[in-house]
Design a protein around this ligand. Structure first.
Ligand code: MF3
Ligand code: CO
Ligand code: CO
Length: 269
């Protein structure tokens, strides 16, 4: 167990202190910079293992720690989820083909603080429907983030995400959620990406958590493959995901993992 300062709410959510935002900002920025560096590596003909090796090197070069290597027996510095893989794709011999869409998820530990973020990448040029899926997923994440402020609830976040996704005739994955983080990787609460406005714990200044919606072009159901990690859509439809780590401030929130080099950042700005 980590030595975590500050208070814990009745829902078991840690309330961090003002000074702790700097630690999260540093960790979040390293994770985001690593994803920035990956942009140039993603192209047809490259394997996901090669991309993961590049990420491992970037983690080392910065003198930080990968949170995923050794986590519950996981052995890689990233999860790479291609096409109908929803999340927790294991890097391997899979060759990227023209038009493949992939989520790359990186978590690093910097001075004890966890920075957790993921983005969509495309090998070559995506189909129109893949591009729409990616845009809707990113917009859903940013709409969820937009309602993060003291007094709103976790249900408001889920509601904002679900409303946008379903208005675009896509579906929100229920089987995986975001999570509290800070001086630990996965902490309360479960941050659902669907729900009713006003439900769930009330947001308070000093809460740190991820929002990481997974959106499918088809039905929301997933199944996990025999490797016990890879989650795929049951109907084989395409899936996309974006993830930011955020902290609740007095008036809204700070996005620890934002990067101006992120192409999706510009479309949202
Ligand atoms: N980064 C993932 C998350 O968003 C967790 C990956 S755990 C791993 O929570 F072991 F699969 F890497
Ligand atoms: Co996460
Ligand atoms: Co992640």
């Amino acid at each position: 167990m980590n030595d975590i300062r500050g208070r814990v709410t009745k829902d078991g959510i840690h309330i961090y202190e003002d000074a702790d935002f700097a630690g999260m900002r540093a960790a979040g920025q390293v994770a985001a910079e690593i994803l920035d560096a990956v942009i140039s590596q993603v192209k047809p003909g490259v394997t996901t293992a090669e991309i993961d090796a590049f990420i491992t090197e970037e983690v080392k070069r910065r003198g930080v720690i990968s949170a995923t290597i050794g986590y519950k027996g996981y052995r890689h510095a990233s999860c790479i989820s291609v096409n109908h893989v929803v999340c927790h794709g294991i890097p391997g011999a899979k060759l990227l083909a023209e038009g493949d869409i992939l989520n790359i998820d990186v978590t690093v530990i910097v001075d004890g603080w966890y920075g957790d973020t993921s983005r969509m990448f495309v090998a070559g040029t995506p189909s129109r429907k893949a591009e729409r899926l990616i845009e809707v997923t990113h917009e859903a994440l940013m709409r969820g983030i937009a309602v993060v402020k003291p007094g709103n609830t976790f249900g408001d976040i889920g509601h904002a995400i679900q409303t946008h996704v379903e208005a675009n005739r896509m579906s929100v994955v229920r089987d995986f959620c975001g999570h509290g983080l800070g001086l630990e990787f996965h902490a309360p609460p479960n941050v659902l990406h669907y729900g009713r406005a006003g439900s769930g714990p009330v947001l308070e200044e000093g809460m740190f958590f991820t929002i990481e919606p997974m959106v499918n072009l088809g039905r929301p159901e997933t199944k996990t493959l025999a490797d016990d990690w890879t989650a795929v859509t049951r109907d084989k439809s395409l899936s996309a995901q974006y993830e930011h780590s955020v902290g609740v401030t007095a008036t809204g929130c700070e996005i620890f993992t934002l990067s101006s080099a992120d192409k999706s950042f510009r479309t949202w700005e």
